[in-house]
Design a protein around this ligand. Structure first.
Ligand code: PDD
Length: 283
């Protein structure tokens, strides 16, 4: 694999970061994950806007303008040919002696890599996945895509340990999102997803799903989701760049709705696949 690191494209074995990097010492940085289908990044402008916003919120200078990011990604994709992939890009505050205060005169560390997107197992799409409900132990700025992901890591592992695929996080009685995904529920035929605020990441897949559902005339509401609504939901979905729209068919060991991916999921999953197919055609 060829890695981008601070202006250079190098084999992964040669990509080295200092132990004084603030990403390593403090988790002081932000990141993005951008899916690429048929060589075309999905919603690149939106991903770059979110990266710009994350950087501004944590007061790290954006090392590139939009065209700089685009040419970096294009070169990295050319150097790592393959099928469907995701771009991972991380910017940390840089390398400095350990001190909580911002260092002066350092340049951000910029790292990017390409990973394959593993096609969804057909069994998952037929049967759905299991999820568990766990307490949200994260900070109060979950809208920033920070690399500091320890609570997310712990929540996800709690799900795996319980034989499930993902954790749904509960904060003050409300279901906010998954450990690495956004949340949708269907109740009385209406699709509901929590409004974008500081308690969750403004997912690019989430926004695309909202847009596709609305264009198709499906009833959709942005509204908070009390934990109890999960228990009586007809359908639950989790969305992310790498896992698209996952139907959750078991919650804490009990079936969700009929215990199989529901009709509204089938419809929206189809719309998403059509969107991807159109993206590939523009390549
Ligand atoms: N995570 N919420 C959280 C906490 C996430 O980490 C993610 C994605 C999402 C979905 O956002 P998007 O649709 O823009 O991918 C929501 C990425 C994939 C990750 O950390 O690998």
């Amino acid at each position: 694999m060829i890695i981008y690191l601070n202006g250079e494209f190098v084999p992964e074995t040669q990509a080295r970061v200092s132990v004084f990097d603030r990403g390593f010492l403090f988790g002081d940085g932000v990141y993005e994950v951008i899916p690429v289908f048929g060589g075309r990044p999905l919603r690149l402008a939106e991903h770059l806007e979110r990266l710009t916003r994350s950087l501004a919120e944590v007061r790290i200078d954006n090392p590139h303008d939009r065209s700089g990011w685009e040419s970096l990604f294009t070169t990295l994709l050319e150097k790592n040919p393959g099928g469907d992939r995701s771009l991972y890009v991380q910017v940390t505050r840089g390398v400095a002696r350990r001190d909580h205060a911002f260092p002066t005169g350092v340049r951000p560390t910029v790292f990017a890599m390409v990973n394959p997107i593993v096609p969804q197992n057909p069994a998952v799409l037929e049967q759905g996945v299991a999820a568990v409900v766990v307490d949200d132990h994260r900070w109060s700025r979950c809208d920033i895509k920070a690399i500091t992901l320890l609570p997310n890591v712990l929540a996800r592992q709690e799900a795996l340990d319980a034989g499930a695929t993902e954790a749904i996080l509960i904060r003050q009685g409300l279901a906010t999102e998954g450990a690495a995904s956004n949340l949708f529920v269907v109740g009385d035929g209406v699709i509901v997803t929590p409004p974008k605020d500081r308690s969750l990441l403004p997912g690019i897949t989430r926004d695309l799903v909202v847009e596709l559902a609305q264009e198709a005339g499906l009833p959709l509401m942005e509204s908070t989701i009390p934990e109890q609504s999960l228990r009586v939901a007809e359908e639950i979905w989790l969305t992310s760049s790498t896992r698209e729209i996952l139907p959750v068919t078991r919650l804490d060991g009990r079936p969700v709705g009929a215990g199989v991916p529901g009709p509204v999921w089938c419809r929206v999953h189809g719309l998403y696949q059509d969107y991807k197919a159109r993206l590939r055609e523009t390549a």
